[in-house]
Write a protein that binds this ligand. Structure first.
Ligand code: 13P
Length: 258
C-alpha cells in the first residue's frame, strides 16, 4: 500500500518579535501576498507571541484568511496559581490550532525538561490542538555523532504512553540547535537522513501512523534554500524563525518551487 500523502506545512515562529500592531500589519501583508493556490499546496501557520494572538486571530477571521494560528508555548494545567503562565485551554479559546512544544530555546534558556515537554504535548492534544514537537541536537552532540540518539530519545520521552492516534495528531520539527539563527543550515541530505531516523522511531512507538506524520525541518530556512530542502523525500515542511518576520521572505518560502 502506498504511504499516505503528507501535505507540506510552512510555519513561522516569530519568537519574541513584533508587538500586536506589527503583527497585524505582517499578517495583512501576508494575506495580500499569498494566493489561494499557496494554501492548497501547503498549510501556512504563524506563531506570534502571546500578546499578539487575539489581534492576529481577529484579522485572520474577519478577513477569512487561510493562514492558521499557532502559539509558541503553553502550560499544562488548565488554570490556577501559576503566575505568568498561559494554559492550552486559554489558547484553544482563541482558535489557536498549533502549539510549538519543547523548542530548543525553551529547553536551553528556560530549563524545560523532557517531562515538562511530555506534559505540554498531552495538554495541547487534550484541547484538540496540534503540538509542533521540537527535537534537535547541540553542536557538541552533532560533532560527537550523537544526533540520532538525541532526537530519538527526545521523541520517546515526549510520546511516552501516548496512543498511536495521539502521536498521529502531532507534527514534529527537527531543529538542530547549531543551525538556529546561525545562517548555517543542515545540508538537505543530512536533515533528510535525521528526519528518516525520527520517522523510524515514530514507527517503533506508534506503528504505521509514522507514514502520515508530518516532520518539519527548522534552522536557517530562507527563500534561497527552501526548495532544495522540500525536494527531499522525508522533509514535509519548515519551521521558520528569522525569515518569517518579513512578509515577502515568508511568502517566498511558502511559494517554494514556484
Ligand atoms: P531560524 O530560522 O531563525 O534559524 O530559527 C529556526 C527556529 O528556531 C524556528 O523555530
Amino acid at each position: 500500500m502506498a504511504a499516505p500523502a503528507r501535505k507540506p506545512m510552512i510555519a513561522g515562529n516569530w519568537k519574541m518579535h513584533h508587538n500586536h500592531f506589527e503583527a497585524i500589519q505582517l499578517v495583512q501583508k501576508l494575506g495580500y501576498r499569498l494566493e489561494r493556490d499557496d494554501y492548497d499546496r501547503a498549510d501556512v501557520v504563524v506563531c506570534p507571541p502571546f500578546t499578539d494572538l487575539r489581534s492576529v486571530q481577529t484579522v485572520i477571521e474577519s478577513d477569512r484568511m487561510h493562514i492558521q494560528l499557532g502559539a509558541q508555548n503553553c502550560y499544562w494545567e488548565a488554570q490556577g496559581a501559576f503566575t505568568g503562565e498561559v494554559s492550552a485551554v486559554m489558547l484553544a479559546k482563541l482558535n489557536v490550532r498549533y502549539v510549538i512544544v519543547g523548542h530548543s530555546e525553551r529547553r536551553e534558556v528556560f530549563g524545560e525538561t523532557d517531562d515538562m515537554v511530555a506534559k505540554k504535548v498531552r495538554a495541547v492534544l487534550g484541547q484538540g490542538m496540534t503540538p509542533i514537537l521540537c527535537v534537535g541536537e547541540t553542536l557538541e552532540e552533532h560533532e560527537a555523532g550523537g544526533t540520532d540518539a538525541k532526537v530519538s530519545g527526545q521523541l520517546r520521552a515526549a510520546c511516552a504512553g501516548l496512543k498511536s492516534d495521539d502521536v498521529a495528531a502531532c507534527v514534529v520539527a527537527y531543529e538542530p540547535i547549531w543551525a538556529i539563527g546561525t545562517g548555517r543550515n543542515a545540508t538537505p541530505a543530512d536533515a533528510d537522513a535525521t528526519i528518516g531516523v525520527i520517522r523510524s522511531t515514530v514507527r517503533e512507538i506508534a506503528g504505521d501512523v509514522a507514514d502520515g506524520l508530518r516532520i518539519l525541518y527548522g534552522g536557517s530556512v530562507k527563500p534561497g534554500n527552501i526548495a532544495e530542502l522540500m525536494a527531499m523525500p522525508q522533509i514535509d515542511g519548515a519551521l521558520v524563525g528569522g525569515a518569517s518576520l518579513e512578509a515577502d521572505d515568508f511568502a517566498r518560502i511558502v511559494q517554494f518551487g514556484h
